[in-house]
Design a protein around this ligand. Sequence first.
Ligand code: ASP
Length: 325
Amino acid sequence: MKRRNFFSKMSVGVSGFLGIGLLQARPQNWNAKPKRLTNSPLSIGTWNCPEAIQTSGQLMDQGIPALEAVVKGVAVEEANEDNTTVGIGASPDRSGLVTLDACVMDAKGDCGAVMAVENIVHVARLAQHVMEDTPHVNLAGVGAEEFAYNKGFPKTPLLTPAAEKRWKAWLQKSEFTPEINVENHDTIGMLCLDARGKLSGSCTTSGLAYKMKGRVGDSPIIGSGLFVDNEVGAATATGLGEAVIKTVGSFLIVELMRNGWSPQKACEETIRRILSKKGGKPDFQVGFIAINIEGEKGAYSIHKGFSYTYYKSGKAINVPSASVY
Ligand code: ASP
């Protein structure tokens, strides 16, 4: 797509396009407290994850705080063997090892993450323990795994027979391209806003199928795969992690929202930044979702095929995201 068409399609303002609009875009009522549109809890997650969203939404309806709701919500996908990109049943790296990454961030701005963890299903909960029970933010590999056992997590081999079969078929050719197509990943990033106006988020994944051993993507990187700021809003990402890291995508979306951009426009601008570093139509996918503290939501992706699920009046609703292509 030609640059001119692309920018008009993205419908970002001229000031945003010139990259000088941030300060100008700052709302005049900068010090005013944001107004929530409704006090109903809001839960939103990447891809088609109705059960996970239903779980978090219903928990918040019962008065459970956003952090607990989000960790229990994503746990549904971590335990789902049919989800090949999260938790048990996920695709392994090239050597046949399933390693998981996850992070959480809460309304106070506290956060925790675990990276390249083997044998632990509920890595988002483990990331919460890192946040709450250690002086650190990131724990990786065997250190994270040992910490999990100290916290009473069971050891669970993560490579299921179905995933092993897929990996063995892949080994026949062993062709690895870091690009991921629009459908082969469904990392779950979830954002929850509870009735008290507290935001929390989590992102949990096995990363790219057949990645190099030791590769960690954006999902557990605070600011890239997830960012939460209770004064402003929250964002989370899915897709090719390397591209998300290079723009610190979720942090960028929250900062754009801080400067007055809607969640939708902030997601669009962040996708534009990713594309501005690439000539032409990229063969990888990135998708973002975001909410602001007022309860507005946004989603945008490079290619068609990305969708998100949100909770409304007791129901989980899946909708396709707008996209550039
Ligand atoms: N963002 C994840 C990663 O790069 C992949 C995904 O979203 O499926 O590790």
